[in-house]
Structure formats: structure tokens, C-alpha cells
Design a protein around this ligand. Structure first.
Ligand code: ZN
Length: 120
């Protein structure tokens, strides 16, 4: 997979599955799960995937989630358990609200840079 190399993720084993309704959400184009301790990531993409820029952005977006999962795992295993009360929930919700737009912005930028390079 080209993007695995471009994102320097060769140490990861990436599997891809198709699902008619990923995450039981008809608006969900894809999702990623990972086990960063064993370099395993799985992308689940909606089965109506096509060869379009939007789908390429979705794939890169989900790969970035896998690549970033070591940091997510650190938060979940080390940081969150040491917070009290609603603090873990609040911290995680805040993190996601900052992190999701960042991941998507990076995916869009990377796909646009690659397409511009391909055009010469
Ligand atoms: Zn996302």
C-alpha cells in the first residue's frame, strides 16, 4: 500500500476490511483500530469505496489514526488512570476535539501534496 510507505509505517501490519455500515453509522466512511504494542492496525472502510480523492483522504486519515495510536495508548494507559472523577472523560473528549480536526487536516494536506507532485 503506497500510503503505508509514504507515512513511514512499514513496521505496521495493516489489514483492511470492508463493512456495509462501519461502526453501525451510515455516515461513517471508515474507522481504524490498532494494537500499537504489536504494530497491528486495521482499517474498516465502507463497502461502497471508490477510487476518488475523498476516499484517498479517508484512507490516509485512518492510517494517521493508526500511526498516532502509540500516543493515544499512552494517554489511555498512563495519563487517564491517574486522573480523578470526570477528569479522564473530560481530558479524552477535549483531546478528541482537538485531534480529529488535526488528523483530517493532515490527511487533506498530504493527499493534495501528493496529487500536486503527481501532476508535476
Ligand atoms: Zn478520525
Amino acid at each position: 500500500m503506497l500510503w503505508v510507505e509514504l507515512l513511514n509505517m512499514q513496521e505496521w501490519t495493516i489489514t483492511v476490511a470492508l463493512d456495509l455500515v462501519p461502526n453501525e453509522d451510515r455516515d461513517c466512511a471508515g474507522l481504524a483500530t490498532s494494537q500499537p504494542d504489536i504494530n497491528l492496525g486495521q482499517l474498516t472502510l465502507r463497502a461502497d469505496i471508490e477510487d476518488t480523492k475523498e476516499w484517498e483522504i479517508t484512507i490516509v486519515h485512518e492510517l494517521l489514526h493508526v500511526k498516532h495510536s502509540r500516543i493515544d495508548s499512552y494517554f489511555e494507559i498512563v495519563v487517564a488512570p491517574n486522573l480523578n472523577g470526570v477528569a479522564p472523560w473530560f481530558a479524552w473528549e477535549t483531546y478528541k476535539r482537538l485531534y480529529e480536526p488535526f488528523v483530517h487536516s493532515m490527511a487533506v494536506s498530504l493527499v493534495e501534496i501528493r496529487q500536486a507532485q503527481a501532476r508535476g
